[in-house]
Structure formats: C-alpha cells, structure tokens
Design a binder for this molecule. Structure first.
Ligand SMILES: [Zn+2]
Ligand SMILES: [Zn+2]
Length: 175
C-alpha cells in the first residue's frame, strides 16, 4: 500500500494522477481520493483561462474625397457646414471605417517564467472557487468508468495544453 503523497496526509493512495504541463514538465502523484480532487482543482486554477471573445469597436475617420487627407471633422457634420479641405479646397468627403479588435487579456494569461517542479505551482493557488465550476473557461474533461474492469479514468485537457490524467479503481473513486 502506498501512502498519499500530499504533505501531511496519511491516507492510502488510491489515485494516480499524471500531469503534463505545456512547459514540458511531467509530474506523477499517488494520492488519496480527497487529494485527487484537490490536486486537480489546483492544477486547473493555476493555469491560464481561455481568452474571452474579442470585442470589436468601430471608429470612423473623415477624409477628403479628392486628396484623401485626414480631416479633423465629425462624420455626422451636415454637408452645408463643411469647410473646404485645407489641402485641395474640395468639399467632398469619404469616411474610412476602421474596425478595432480589442482583446481583453486576462492577467492570468501571462505565463510564469519559472518551470514548475513537483508541486511548485501550488503556492500561487487562490482558494475560494467552487469545484463544480472549476473547468469553466479552462478546458474539457473526459470521464471513463468501466464497471467490469473496475477502472476509473479522468482526463482533463486545459486550454493552454496542460494535460491531467487521473486513474483509480472505480470502487475507490467515490465522493
Ligand atoms: Zn491524501
Ligand atoms: Zn483635399
């Protein structure tokens, strides 16, 4: 029997958790059921979330219709109030519409410069989030339960390419 590798835990290790970080680091943990859960939660929380969808805003630039010079004039200004273009004296105008993509970058997208060693990433962990929502925005989760062979397997693939595979005997995997 192996003892749970979690610091301070003396329970029997029933779960084997493989973690592979996109930085190329691999970790394998032998943990008890409770720490299988905490370990997964901490890995997920420690990784960057998917970026939110880009927000698009529009800007309109007013240009002279003849010489294309950019004019300091509102696009909503009525025709009869236009001043002649200072460059060519034309009163014709073209509006150039620019779409600006504003990508809100979540602060957690900044990658850590340090390579994670075993358990290193746990120090930055922020608590207080609900486990049931822990994968929202982070990635996908595949569960396999084989009752005949008594195998439980869970694979979590995160947005940033972190992969986590948890294995246990199905009978050991209960809440
Ligand atoms: Zn434990
Ligand atoms: Zn002009």
């Amino acid at each position: 029997m192996t003892t749970c590798e979690w610091v301070g835990c003396a329970d029997v290790a029933t779960h084997s958790v493989d973690i592979s970080f996109p930085e190329g680091v691999h970790e394998t943990w032998q943990v008890c059921r409770a720490h299988d859960r905490i370990l997964k939660l901490q890995v997920v929380r420690g990784r960057p979330k998917a970026p939110p969808p880009a927000d698009t805003s529009t800007s309109i630039e007013v240009c002279c219709g003849e010489c294309q010079q950019t004019l300091n004039e509102s696009s909503s200004l009525p025709d009869d109030q236009r001043q002649p273009c200072p460059n060519c004296w034309s009163l014709t105008r073209t509006n150039k519409i620019t779409f600006v993509e504003m990508l809100m970058v979540h602060e957690s997208l900044h990658h850590r410069s340090k390579q994670p060693g075993k358990g290193d990433w746990m120090r930055d962990f922020r608590t207080g989030d609900d486990y049931s929502q822990y994968l929202e925005g982070w990635g996908e989760r595949v569960l396999e339960m084989d009752r005949e062979q008594n195998i439980y397997r869970e694979v979590i693939k995160l947005y940033d390419d972190t992969r986590l595979a948890s294995r246990a005997q199905l009978t050991d995997h209960h809440d």
